[in-house]
Write a protein that binds this ligand. Structure first.
Ligand SMILES: Cc1cc2nc3c(=O)[nH]c(=O)nc-3n(C[C@H](O)[C@H](O)[C@H](O)COP(=O)(O)O)c2cc1C
Length: 144
């Protein structure tokens, strides 16, 4: 059984809900998933010991949230190369955060990323529950 860490950055809770559903999908594939608020990640040691990672942030003012940016600098020190990766987030109209995180996971951390990022206006609209669970399943399938 593999272990996946899901980290979210949110202001009004939408991105946490998506992260919880991604964790459900990971568990449905038989792996362990831990969901953490980005505020609970203090050092790169908090990121060690997992086989896969999903990082999520809501988009505000065309960007990911500041705490997620800080966490990505910690993640750079954690050596995530080759680990399974994906990104997610809640958004209103432009949703830049998820692709920015995804690109960093792919090009800077050299992770084994899934097909793309997951952007949802709400976990509970337009099939969002299913999409988020499926994203978790897709990520889990990358775990050797
Ligand atoms: C002040 C403010 C700025 C926002 N800026 C953006 C934006 O630039 N692009 C976008 O797609 N959504 C934007 N949104 C919408 C949020 O991304 C959306 O409400 C999202 O569901 C919030 O996620 P959260 O519940 O995880 O915090 C903004 C919302 C607020 C209140």
């Amino acid at each position: 059984m593999g272990k996946v860490l899901v980290i979210y950055s949110t202001n009004s809770g939408g991105t946490k809900r998506i992260g919880d559903l991604i964790a459900e999908g990971i568990r449905l594939e038989g792996h362990e998933a831990t969901v953490k608020n980005v505020t609970d990640v203090k050092t790169e040691k908090d990121l060690e010991g997992y086989d896969g990672y999903a990082f999520g942030s809501a988009t505000y003012h065309g960007e990911m949230m500041g705490k997620m940016k800080t966490m990505l600098f910690l993640a750079e020190k954690a050596n995530l190369e080759g680990k399974a990766g994906g990104s997610f987030g809640s958004f209103g109209w432009s949703g830049e955060a998820t692709d920015r995180i995804f690109d960093t996971m792919q090009h800077i951390f050299n992770m084994d990323v899934v097909g793309g990022s997951l952007r949802l206006k709400s976990a509970h609209l337009q099939g969002g529950v299913q999409m988020a669970q499926d994203y978790g399943r897709e990520l889990a399938k990358k775990i050797k």
